[in-house]
Design a protein around this ligand. Sequence first.
Ligand code: HEM
Length: 487
Amino acid sequence: ETAGAECGFLQRLYQFLHHSSSPALPGPPSRFLIGNMMEMTHDHMPSHLTNLAQRYGNIYRLKCGSTTLVVLNSGEVIREALVKKWSDFAGRPASYTGDIVSGGGRNISLGDYTEEWRAHRRVVHSALLRCCQQSLHGVIERQALHLRKVLMDYQGTAADLSEDFTVAASNVITTLAFGKEYDKTSSELQELHSCLNEIVGLWGSSWISALDSFPLLRKLPNPVFARLLKEVARRDEIIKQHLRDYKLQDNKKADAIMGSLLQAFEKQNNAEQGQLLTDVHVHMTTVDLLIGGTETTAAWLNWTVAFLLHRPEVQTRVYEELCTVLEERYPKYSDRHRLPVLSSVISEVLRLRPVAPLAVPHRAIRDSSIAGYFIPKNTVIIPNLFGAHHDPAVWSEPYSFKPERFLEGGGGSARSLMPFGGGARLCLGESLAKMELFLFTAYLLRDFEFILPERGAPLPDLTGLASVVLKIEAYRVVARPRPLTEP
Ligand code: HEM
């Protein structure tokens, strides 16, 4: 007991000495009771936090109720926290509303860094890897060809393609997860997406995040929160139905992720170490894959078409490269190193519009430091990827769409590009997403020229609507078939 007390005392002494020798983190003045809550209610948080970095530097703090948030705004400080000191910052903050959307923290994206979480991520990671090796390329090719047919059916008329992109991305995930794909008109698919979209949108709103910082607000009626609860219940019902259908299938797809997961969970539960993972984990994995894998990819495709409308000559260069390198065939993922112009467009859109602009908040699981500042245990860390990608110290003309910067080797570096985060919480779908972005874009730009609905029509607004996912505001475009495209 005496040894324990001494140890506790020494730890506190170390913390006190360390803390008092470290400079105080800069940040905007904090107001009585509400702290910096007003800074957190901005329409476009990523760009607001990036603007604050100009005044307070690449690392600063914000106060939200009793919580301290530390915002990281450059590749260097983000890498220090997420990669170099990954084991100090691998946690996720527990939150009242996060628990509601994540089945009590039992999904991968919001679960804290525990033994249970590590077992869960390991099982899903290897299931995903196996299924990527066996069938991913074919699944994406099939959806890319299907998307091509959908665009051909517009026959050169202007359309908002966002729903078509969502269906394509979603079908990749549902085929991998359950061996099931949907038609755009399927009511099941529409219900699933309207519900997931609502949850992501509502959860990102300040009406909801205020409940995490100010518990007293939970006692007041809150129609936005009531809607969130209703949508979470609807989501859970839909996913349960999907899992029931999958288990009842006679010819279950052997390589579907759900099959691997159910098998791995059974094996692990029969082992001696006892049951770590349950049906709730299988359920929440489905939510992770659907949310993580659909809106992100679809939003990215929408951004790409919009940026190419702003710089049509870049679109022409990609098309010429595809024709020269591939002649008449469709691309394979292994062709990516022979298609530098296309690859540079992919990187530049990921840089300018990282679709998860503030990643997902991390939590310090022990006392640590970043850039020489003392960071106490439980501090919430916000990696501002959007800010790092617009850092003028790294990128020349950081706000301009210039894919050629990746070809010329100047104006930035691939090392400073981190749209998928890094370290222990690196995006679980990174490999899958990269293959999807490459193949979908290559197929689309080989077969179509994207043009404005009519001469003089306004170009899409590139500001974006930032919630958890950074999306572009709806716009209409014409997909005009290229000569290579067969009718
Ligand atoms: C986490 C980006 C696609 C599943 C993340 C994070 C980022 C990100 C920035 C947070 C990392 C952190 O907390 O430090 C992206 C981008 C995508 C994409 C830019 C596509 C353009 C996908 C896909 C899937 C997926 C296709 C699923 C198949 C996940 C999951 C997590 C995650 C499960 C949570 C990981 C964890 O907490 O350990 N993603 N993502 N993402 N992503 Fe993605």
